[in-house]
Ligand binder design. Sequence first.
Ligand code: CP3
Length: 343
Amino acid sequence: MAEKTILKALAGETQAVPPIWMMRQAGRYLPEYRATRAQAGDFLSLCYNSDLAAEVTLQPIRRYGFDAAILFADILLLPQALGADLWFVTGEGPRLSTITTPEQLAQLKPVDEIDATLNPVYETVRILARELPRETTLIGFAGAPWTVATYMIAGRGTKDQGPAHALKAENRPLFEALLARITEATIEYLSRQIDAGAEVVKIFDSWAGSLKGDDFQRYAVAPAAQIIAALKARHPGTPIIAFPREAGDGYIGFGKQTGADCVAVDDSVSAEWVAQHVQPDGCVQGNLKSSHMVTGGQTLIDETKRIVRALSNGPHIFNLGHGITPDADPDNVQRMIDAVRGA
Ligand code: CP3
């Protein structure tokens, strides 16, 4: 059976010390990441340079010995593979060509053409599968259809996902056709990552929190369930983590409704609430506020231990509630790990 701690947690095992990794663990808070990114030239060149992408994936493993490595890539590579223009504006974030008309949707590439763009990502996975320490689990990922669609419709990150909600209200068939295309492409993309050596995959629905009522069911739960069912049919042994960020009460039952092996939770819900309402259904991942990686101190230690304790009666993977930020202190990461592992 599973020997790696992350796989044990995903199989439902309660462990005395929870395994740990961190969203955005390869990132700008690390000087070695900044150096490799400068060597690559820019962020997208880093994503598509398999050797350097594998290198930055390995950096936090070498420095901290996390129990999992997450493939270095981005959720927006998939829209690019479907034919959207993509670029990053320094200090601002991603920009994409937009999809708001049937003509623009029709111009997207068919799903069987995405590998032409994404092959370097699969190569990164193959390198990592060879080079990671034997105890470290390799996690692949993709964005959830709704979150990816919010970027494809608006052409950028938005605070309230207004443009995507507007398209949904004005032309629901077009909105749903775009979601269906992303869903289909995501199944192929994740399946290829698993073929290349990803042992676990995670679906990031960063903007699930803005889907209310029926919309949450239709555009967060249903696409995740569809992706997971297709992946389970092809790769029955590969565990899947779902992260419907800021879902609130939507976290309850999310694992059962989608078939996910683990539900990742953000820091707007308390670990005690998660223990009561989400963990009874299976493994949970989370959920330290990432600002503690900036502020540190005794509060960081206390909060870390509180979360470990609250979730100690069931399967748990320790993580942040969202990605670590560039202003984080790398020493605080070590303090968090020591607090989790009881050193
Ligand atoms: O977690 C990891 O270490 C793996 C790599 C990873 C990145 N992005 C690298 C990245 C993962 C899993 C992602 C997911 C991602 N990308 C999400 C979902 C998770 C979330 O954060 O909500 C989203 C919404 C994106 C889209 C995206 N990529 C945005 C909005 C930005 C700009 C914001 C920022 O932090 O600058 C990115 C850029 C990005 N993706 C960076 C990294 C390390 C920073 C780019 C840089 O080095 O300049």
